[in-house]
Ligand binder design. Sequence first.
Ligand code: PPS
Length: 293
Amino acid sequence: MEVIHQRTMFDFHGVSMSKCFTDNWDEVQNFKARPDDILIATYPKAGTTWVSYTLDLLYFGQTCPERQASIPIDERVPFLEFSKPSVPAGKYLADRLPTTPRLIKTHLPLQFVPKSFWEQNVRVVNVFRNAKDNAVSYYHFCRMSSGMPEPGDWNTFLQNFMEGKVVYGSWHDHVNGWWEKKQTYPKIHHMFYEDLIEDTGREIDRLCSFLGLTPSAEEKERIVNEVNFDNMKQNPMVNYSTMQSMDQKVSPFMRKGKVGDWKNHFTVAQDEKFDEDYKQKMKNSTLQFRSEV
Ligand code: PPS
């Protein structure tokens, strides 16, 4: 019974959410950020884990090698708003992070982010992914994760995704909110999943220049190698194989790691409908995506 309850979606201040991501609301809203925190903010399935692991290696790969071997990524980079009975809440883990900087993950839409992050002028790394691949990845994740609402069949899920009736609400509103924030808040770095696929090294260079990091050429090469899809898929500390709520036999967390897998899912009719809807919802946005590279 509890699992079903946890998975139920409801309107939360205008955004579709579920209990796992709203139950700890007051605590989360009162989170005390620190000026050197780094917030990784994404719509679900945009490449959060990829960038989280990259950041973790950049900051702690050399000084704490044991960390890489023994602490799962969800403990190294706590998921701020996540809370579920019987596991420590993300806010609890974030409060107790011993590292400097603290790397913190959120999928919250901009308007839900605790105000302390802005007051402390925290650096934010956004990762964006084209809507079609993002929808496909989210669909498979909802199939395999007992914490997410049942996605139904692909057509049903896609329709719900277009209407924002998925957890964390409208993809369009979410990405536009974060994209626009940069106009008034310069301490945001925007990354795109497609760019990471195209040239991971170049994107790490850009990330480092935002953060003021200067890894050696060898160190950078090592990180590029560690964060490649096949290596992450094999790495139990980052592939979520330690997570009970995920049935990796249904669909692995590290599923395909490609740009353009949407072509294996969208019918011609679905694609036309999606494009039409997308044009409408993104017509005032300057945010541009690539759905192939
Ligand atoms: S979550 O649950 O929201 O934190 O998921 P998130 O990490 O944002 O997204 C998971 C998708 O990212 C893919 N991924 C990668 N792709 C390429 N290279 C690397 N290294 C990599 N790491 C994670 C992962 O496979 C999921 O995408 P799909 O399309 O489902 O494979």
